[in-house]
Ligand binder design. Structure first.
Ligand code: ZN
Length: 296
């Protein structure tokens, strides 16, 4: 009998739960809106109960901020989130207690990075970044085949970027930093700067070269500090097909030939790419976390 794994993508607006062994073997799946912790976690637990006897483990990829440190007393908690009812919620513990299974737990972007590494756009690579540019900006970093946690986990969406106030007087929207990467380049930042939703801006609008510029400044920073073998960019803002070519050209312009790697110099179409698992990266990634925890 094949042992199955459960995956939970615990998002701030919806939960996705699945049971299986990988993208070609999803035995069951459900999704529902995120309401109160009791109701939402209860629905997820009820879904997994039907498969409890076949499950070898469960992975949870959660919206944050979270505590992903297994040695911490609040491991598996959603911590200081502004989402009502959710601060200090023991998400991993709720599943562990109800189902009696080992539960792996990490951020949604870290899990998505693991999913893309196992089954998606970063297969065969040991050092890469998964970045999501949507309501917020966040990313998971895999280095030398392992997720980077370090102090807590990387917060690549909050790096500071050079900001030309004359070219772009927009002050940014990050409540902590104003004009950090997320403050300048998230979906809500685009909408606040241009007074209309990003997906309604035409392809020739000046919003897009500016957006590509900020994204490229961030990617160049990651390329120079982490030397990733690939950069995978998802999230709502990246659903503009014209943005990738602008972004790749701007990365090359900013690097100015300094990083002497074919991936950057003449194979950049395969270097800066969209996710391969699309909407499934998080839930499959959480399944992969469960497999890793079980030693599979
Ligand atoms: Zn910030």
């Amino acid at each position: 009998m094949t042992r199955l794994y459960g995956g939970v993508e615990a998002g701030g607006t919806k939960f996705v739960c699945a049971v299986g062994t990988g993208p070609n073997d999803i035995r069951a799946e459900t999704r529902f809106p995120t309401t109160t912790p009791d109701e939402t976690l209860g629905r997820a637990i009820d879904f997994f109960r039907d498969y409890q006897a076949d499950l070898a483990g469960l992975g949870v990829a959660s919206f944050g901020p979270v505590d992903p440190n297994p040695a911490s007393p609040t491991f598996g908690y959603v911590t200081t989130t502004p989402k009502r009812g959710w601060p200090n919620t023991d998400v991993a513990g709720a599943f562990r207690r109800a189902l009696g299974l080992p539960v792996a737990f990490d951020t949604d972007v870290n899990a998505a990075a693991v999913g893309e590494g196992r089954w998606g756009a970063a297969q065969g690579l040991d050092t890469f970044i998964y970045l999501t540019v949507g309501t917020g900006v966040g990313g998971g970093v895999v280095a030398g085949g392992r997720l980077v946690h370090g102090l807590i986990h990387p917060e690549v969406g909050h790096i500071r970027l050079p900001h030309d106030w004359q070219a772009d007087p927009f002050p940014g929207i990050c409540p902590y930093h104003g004009d950090c990467f997320e403050g300048l380049a998230s979906g809500p930042a685009l909408e606040a700067r241009w007074k209309q939703r990003g997906d309604t801006l035409p392809a020739d609008h000046p919003a897009w070269p500016l957006q590509a510029h900020y994204l490229a400044l961030a990617l160049v920073c990651f390329i120079c500090t982490l030397s990733p073998q690939r950069l995978i960019l998802g999230g709502g803002v990246m659903n503009q097909p014209h943005l990738f070519p602008l972004l790749r050209a701007e990365v090359q312009r900013l690097l100015n030939g300094y990083v002497q790697a074919p991936a950057v110099l003449d194979q950049i179409d395969q270097y800066i790419v969209p996710p391969a698992l699309a909407g499934y990266a998080g839930v499959l990634g959480s399944m992969a976390l469960a497999m890793d925890a079980a030693g599979k």
